[in-house]
Design a protein around this ligand. Structure first.
Ligand code: SAM
Ligand code: SF4
Length: 336
């Protein structure tokens, strides 16, 4: 039985921004090894260093009491976490939570799409960087494109109507596929977002060489498709264009070409229970020891989260020209 904590019903940071969106990474593990996300030889965390699913559920419930309206479950690959469905069932229909959404590489969706829909997951983002099987394998180092495409179709059959493809273009690897990927999104009646590669974690290639600017991708796509700027907003960094005559929207997440921090409404919780206040900065509050030291009292967690609001930075500081990554942790650790 939790003791009653004094809980504010809104989270407002030091710059007056309302934080109503959390991204929770439930594992650092993954069945893929995407070149831009992970090093080839990754060491993963021991199990007891990672939040239990019960701890994940406790955090989500507490954040929702503190005014959070949207939760994205991510990773690593969330669907490779054992019993991950338990968490979706626990939080998917939580009163006060408008949206429980998922980011996945799609490899397990064939198995879980229907159960995710039943559990209350509203939207799914699926990462697809290439439609060419051999290239897909090169980028993910191990992934099978056919499995992911079957997963995408399973999500469509399960009745998800807000599916979005996430694509990272890398120069000389898949930067010639933007048009084909948009045509694929139109064919499947889904949205697609292009994410600029961010300097998170040390990888084998030079990110300054590989990063493709969304300014360039947008210019190319404008020459191929009839596009209108869309007012669609998710409260996040993506800016959307509507493909005229089609339901498909094209999003651009552009940390390099456009700074999106002034309207930031989100914080991230790593699979180790660190509350990161900004994807591109190191400001954090460690919630795991508080979760474990106070299993029946939320007040220390509430106080720590409020402290987080006071130290949330104004913005990130990504600069690909630096020799070292802006942030040493990988996206798979922080949760994309
Ligand atoms: N495994 C799931 C997936 O791939 O969708 C969820 C986690 S993954 C870290 C979330 C998103 O982050 C993916 O769309 C991936 O392409 C993106 N991502 C990973 N590392 C990135 C980086 N360094 N820069 C930009 N996007 C990255
Ligand atoms: Fe795994 Fe997603 Fe990272 Fe690819 S982007 S290695 S699928 S966590």
């Amino acid at each position: 039985m939790q003791t009653t904590a004094t809980i504010p019903t809104q989270l407002i940071d030091q710059f007056g921004r309302r934080v109503d969106y959390i991204r929770l990474s439930i594992t650092d593990r993954c069945d893929f090894r995407c070149q831009y996300c992970m090093a080839e030889d990754m060491t993963f965390l021991p199990r007891d260093a990672v939040l239990s699913l019960e701890e994940c559920a406790r955090l989500v419930k507490l954040f929702v009491r503190m005014g959070v309206r949207k939760v994205r479950i991510t990773g690593g690959e969330p669907l490779v976490r054992k019993n991950a469905m338990w968490l979706f069932e626990e939080i998917g229909h939580l009163p006060g939570l408008d949206e429980c959404v998922l980011t996945t590489n799609g490899s397990q969706l064939d198995k879980y799409a229907t159960a995710l829909k039943t559990a209350g997951v509203k939207r799914i983002n699926i990462s697809i960087d290439s439609l060419q099987a051999d290239r897909f394998k090169t980028i993910t180092r191990v992934g099978e494109l056919s499995k992911v495409l079957t997963g995408l179709d399973a999500a469509r059959s399960a009745g998800f109507d807000n599916i979005k493809i996430n694509t990272v273009l890398m120069r000389g690897i898949n930067d010639d596929e933007a048009e084909a990927l948009v045509n694929f999104a139109i064919e499947k009646q889904v949205d697609i977002s292009f994410i600029e590669e961010m300097p998170l974690g040390a990888v084998e290639h030079d990110r300054e060489q590989s990063c493709v600017s969304n300014t360039e991708t947008l210019a190319l796509l404008k020459s191929k498709f009839s596009l209108t700027p869309s007012t669609h907003r998710t409260g996040g960094p993506a800016r959307y264009w509507q493909v005229n005559g089609q339901p498909t929207r094209i999003g651009f997440i552009s940390p390099h070409s456009h700074n999106f921090c002034e309207s930031c409404n989100r914080v991230r919780i790593t699979c180790q229970g660190e509350l990161f206040l900004c994807l591109g900065q190191d400001h954090q509050v460690n919630l795991l020891p508080l979760l474990r030291a106070h299993p029946d009292d939320d007040q220390p967690l509430v106080d720590a989260i409020l402290h987080g609001m006071r130290i949330k930075p104004q913005g990130h500081d990504f600069d690909l020209r630096r020799a070292a990554p802006a942030v040493v942790r990988f996206m798979s650790h922080t949760g994309g």
